[in-house]
Write a protein that binds this ligand. Structure first.
Ligand code: SF4
Length: 492
């Protein structure tokens, strides 16, 4: 009989088929992509930092491949009354193994043996419903092996914490939230859920569960590619917008976007996806002609450290670290300027000064989405001496994404207006496929590696070059996109 674990139990709560595949065909799972890996890495960093909250705590060193060693080490540490806290404690009950982030020893007032506070560390900024299931399976096993629990807590980042500089105050960085009652409430259904999962696992075939909205929450399921491989290219689930619309259609037996009945009310974008042909709005030329030269094409890259790295920042505060500006003159000449912070110090002041120099005080500033606006607004708030200049820059912003959404559609968008979808469709030959860094999540992760982790200067230079190439592609892409849309609007 297969052994369960905390992660398998949570997989089973999301979808029985996911649990079945985890046990019988894990090779079908897609490996974590760069953004998922970045989230996992962030979670590990936060978990390790949280251990400093419990001075004198001891780590169970044995990893998941050495389960019996982990169980033995945990038992030894529990038996040692001088150990105030155990990190990564391993417990096994009814063939369910859990690792507990923190077990804090507490001596009860009656002196009747130790009791334990069970603590799960999360890198999020607040308690979420599925955290309670995570804690419930741990509490179930802990109680099952006979431990006395004094409380069950979630320890998460305090998103209000303003890091003043120097050593981080862990008691301020983290919030310890007692959820004992909520978790105990979830224990009532837990044995029945475990029994159902065990029975399902022993079945000869995986459950016939169709993919749908449940595949993305609370976690992205790694079996999505496997479960959807037989679906048609224009599967109705790919209709953009709220997935509830697609789910209703699926429930009505509609399989492809082309089969959606005309009577169904669709948004404008959904209608264009259903029509599936190139569409050029009659006002596209006018919209494009509103720019003033020189036209700047601007893109930012940022990162959001869970644990603040710079004074006067909070957990997950967005830190802009890089920009690229392609400048097109009225005569059609193209200039390029960029900035990439390569030092570990707070880059925001230099980022701002150099940006203002590059943008000057003339011309439209073309961006793709409202992201740059929100970053500029934060910088204006942060740096009063630059505030009026930044506000003037904000007034010059011109969002090319809004122009595309309002005036153009191409079937190759597949319903997505991300520049990663739009660019190759409108400007064939210009994509991100040839770049080492191909999306913002990878760029953020590589930036952190370059500045804080890699010591070899050759490797640092390689990452810096790749980051510059990626950000420059975004802004060159906007230049080419504007030009290509202009040709389309003129019927060229
Ligand atoms: S992709 Fe969806 S249906 Fe398939 S295993 Fe994952 S959650 Fe279940």
């Amino acid at each position: 009989m297969a052994r369960l674990s905390k992660s398998r139990y949570l997989a089973g709560l999301q979808c029985h088929k996911r649990l079945y595949l985890d046990i019988h065909a894990p090779e079908l799972a897609r490996p974590p992509d760069a953004s998922t890996q970045a989230i996992l890495d962030m979670g590990s960093t936060v978990g390790q930092t949280a251990r400093g909250y419990f001075p004198g705590g001891k780590l169970v060193e044995a990893d998941y491949r050495h389960k019996q060693d982990a169980l033995d080490q945990t038992a030894a540490l529990m038996a040692d009354p001088t150990v105030p806290a155990i990190f990564e404690a391993a417990l096994l009950f009814e063939r369910t193994l859990v690792r507990v982030d923190v077990f804090q020893r507490e001596e009860p007032a009656d002196g009747n043996g130790a009791c334990w506070r069970l603590i799960e560390v999360k890198s999020s900024g607040r308690l979420k419903g599925y955290h309670l299931d995570d804690l419930a399976i741990q509490a179930y096993v802990a109680i099952g092996v006979g431990l006395s629990l004094s409380g069950v807590c979630l320890m998460h980042l305090n998103s209000e914490y303003l890091y003043p500089g120097g050593e981080i105050d862990l008691t301020q960085l983290f919030t310890l939230c007692d959820v004992t009652e909520l978790v105990m409430d979830r224990l009532k259904d837990l044995p029945a859920r475990l029994a159902a999962m065990r029975a399902m696992i022993e079945s000869p075939a995986s459950p016939a569960i169709q993919p749908g909205a449940h595949c993305h929450t609370p976690y992205e399921c790694p079996y999505w590619d496997h479960c959807t491989q037989a679906k048609p290219a224009r599967w109705v689930y790919h209709l953009p917008g709220r997935k509830t619309t697609a789910q209703v259609l699926i429930d009505q037996g509609v399989e492809t976007i082309d089969e959606i009945p005309e009577s169904v009310s669709l948004t404008i974008i959904q209608r264009r996806v259903k029509d599936n042909r190139e569409w050029i709005g009659p006002a596209l030329a006018d919209a494009l002609a509103r720019v003033r030269y020189p036209v700047h094409h601007l893109d930012f890259e940022t990162f959001m450290p869970a644990i603040p790295r710079y004074p006067m920042t909070r957990p997950y505060q967005l830190i802009p670290v890089q920009w690229s500006d392609h400048i097109e003159t009225e005569a059609g000449r193209l200039l390029h300027q960029d900035y990439l912070s390569e030092a570990p110090e707070d880059p925001r002041e230099e980022f701002t000064r150099r940006l203002l120099d590059s943008l000057g005080d003339r011309g439209t500033i073309c961006v793709y989405s409202q992201y740059e606006r929100s970053v500029l607004e934060q910088l204006a708030e942060l740096f009063p001496p630059h505030r009026s200049a930044l506000q003037a820059v904000i007034k010059r912003l011109w969002d090319l994404l809004a122009i595309v959404q309002e005036h153009y559609y191409h079937p190759a968008f597949g319903g997505s207006y991300s520049i990663k979808s739009v660019l190759p469709a409108v400007v064939p030959g210009l994509s991100y496929d040839d770049l080492e860094i191909g999306d913002g999540a990878v760029a953020a992760r590589e930036y952190v590696r370059m500045v804080f982790e890699v010591t070899d200067w050759v490797e640092r230079q390689r990452i810096a070059d790749a980051l510059r190439a990626y950000c420059a592609r975004d802004t060159l892409g906007m230049v080419e996109l504007r030009r290509a849309l202009g040709e389309k609007s003129r019927g060229v």
